[in-house]
Design a protein around this ligand. Structure first.
Ligand SMILES: Cc1ncc(COP(=O)(O)O)c(C=O)c1O
Length: 427
């Protein structure tokens, strides 16, 4: 996941008062005026357990994973769906994903990990080595001390890393993370992962021959072509995604021509979920159709490892309004949560959508600056945010905060992390 999106602006004053919000679904929805998660009243839970508090509808993660897998199947592909663990690593969620189908079956949902810590966590939570892929960067010898004995499949992203990996695990099967020098992020036809200029990830087409030579020298069998080139895409970005994948298909073909016995092409993550007014859920059949056109002919498994798409919609973050104050003509709304608990808007520039838990369809007549409780001037979740006429003591909810946010906590200012309640069942 990477930086993206323009800041939310006053155009959002045109708010949804009766229509469902784009982030609503069966597990996170407004009943009457009140926000509910997995059928429970959000404000009541905040009063009972305190704030800041995440509420997670676990079923939604399972539903999203199955929807992706089924769309790939409908397009005639053999899917391998894995959750990008860095987006959501809670044992309750992992247990639910693990429970989708028995280990090793084609319906099973696995995980993609990016550090030794994540790898051990995945194993501890019931995933077997075959269901785990490791796509990490800048692997040290200490990293490999942990990774190699587990036997998990690794996607290697640099030629120097391929040398290092080959020395440690000669003769093994390996994936090559490719960089097609094309990609797309929500609102941009460029990607920090595989942009036109040099980025930190992936082997370039210009260097494919060299990579294959290095792999051969170590007896490595290149069995996977891997890319991660998108971020938070919705339907508007599909044409750019399509164009970028054409380059990936060409690189895949070159690997096959070079004699690499590929079994999988893995297209990474980067699928978005709707948040703001006017946004719609990604058309999964259109997305899967693009993959089928580019990769269907190869007869390979098609891997996908989303984080945001699986996890975003599952959760809300609740906070208490502790300040409402006019300051030089600007309305500041201060919360009992700061960037230590939810730093994703700061790192990824992801916009926020915030509703009052007890009257979630209240019209957003105010324009506010939404401030956190960390002693830093830029601990602001947004400026010029269309907002309900909120009062101190009310509970507000950040919508669609199930991906990344809870796992990216820091203890800056010694502010504690938020509690998280996971609901396996909807009532
Ligand atoms: C290699 C790889 N795969 C998958 C993902 C998941 O991305 P997203 O959450 O955008 O789907 C990431 C995120 O950065 C990644 O680096």
């Amino acid at each position: 996941m990477i930086a993206r999106l323009k800041a939310p602006g006053r155009d959002r004053l045109k708010t949804v008062e009766t229509e469902p919000y784009p982030w609503e679904h069966e597990g996170v929805r407004i009943v009457g005026e009140r926000l509910t998660v997995a059928g429970r009243d959000a404000e009541a839970l905040a009063r009972e357990h305190g704030t800041p508090l995440y509420l997670v509808d676990v079923t939604s993660v399972v539903d999203q994973a199955c929807a992706l897998r089924d769309a790939l199947g409908r397009a005639g592909l053999r899917p391998r769906v894995r959750l990008a663990l860095k987006a959501q690593r809670a044992p309750d969620v992992l247990a639910a994903l693990r429970g989708i189908a028995p280990a090793g079956s084609p319906e099973a949902v696995g995980v993609d990990v990016c550090s030794p810590g994540e790898l051990l966590h995945a194993l501890d939570n019931g995933f077997v080595a075959d269901e785990i892929s490791y796509t990490g960067t800048n692997l040290s010898e200490r990293d490999l001390d942990v990774i190699v004995p587990t036997g998990v499949h690794v996607n290697v992203d640099l030629i120097t890393q391929l040398e290092r990996y080959g020395r440690r695990r000669p003769g093994s099967a390996v994936g090559l993370r490719l960089n097609p020098r094309a990609g797309v992020m929500r609102g941009h036809d460029e990607s920090l992962y595989s942009g036109r200029g040099p980025t930190k990830f992936g082997i370039y087409e210009e260097d494919l021959g060299r990579a294959v030579t290095v792999a051969r020298r170590h007896g490595l069998v290149v069995d996977t072509a891997h890319v991660h080139l998108a971020n938070a895409i919705l339907d508007e970005e599909l044409p750019a995604y399509d164009a970028a994948l054409a380059r990936v298909a060409r690189m895949t073909e070159r690997l096959l021509e070079a004699g690499c016995p590929l079994v999988e092409v893995n297209v990474g993550g980067g699928l978005g979920t709707p948040l703001l007014p006017g946004e719609r859920a990604l058309d999964l059949d259109a997305w899967a159709g693009i993959l089928a056109r580019h990769f269907g002919g190869f007869g390979l498994d098609v891997g996908v490892e989303p984080g945001e798409f699986l996890a975003n919609l599952s959760a809300v973050l609740l906070a208490e309004v502790v300040t409402v104050e006019e300051r030089l003509g600007a309305t500041f709304v201060g919360l009992d949560v700061g960037w230590n608990v939810m730093n994703d808007p700061f790192i990824y520039k992801r916009p926020v959508d915030v509703v009052v838990a007890s009257r979630a369809r209240a019209p957003r007549h105010r324009v506010v600056t939404l401030a956190g409780n960390i002693n830093e001037g830029d601990d602001l979740f947004g400026r010029d945010l269309p907002f309900a006429d909120v009062r101190e003591g009310e509970i507000v909810a950040f919508a669609s905060t199930g991906g990344y946010t809870a796992g990216m906590w820091t203890d800056h200012c010694m502010r504690p992390r938020a509690r998280v309640l996971y609901f396996r069942e909807r009532i």
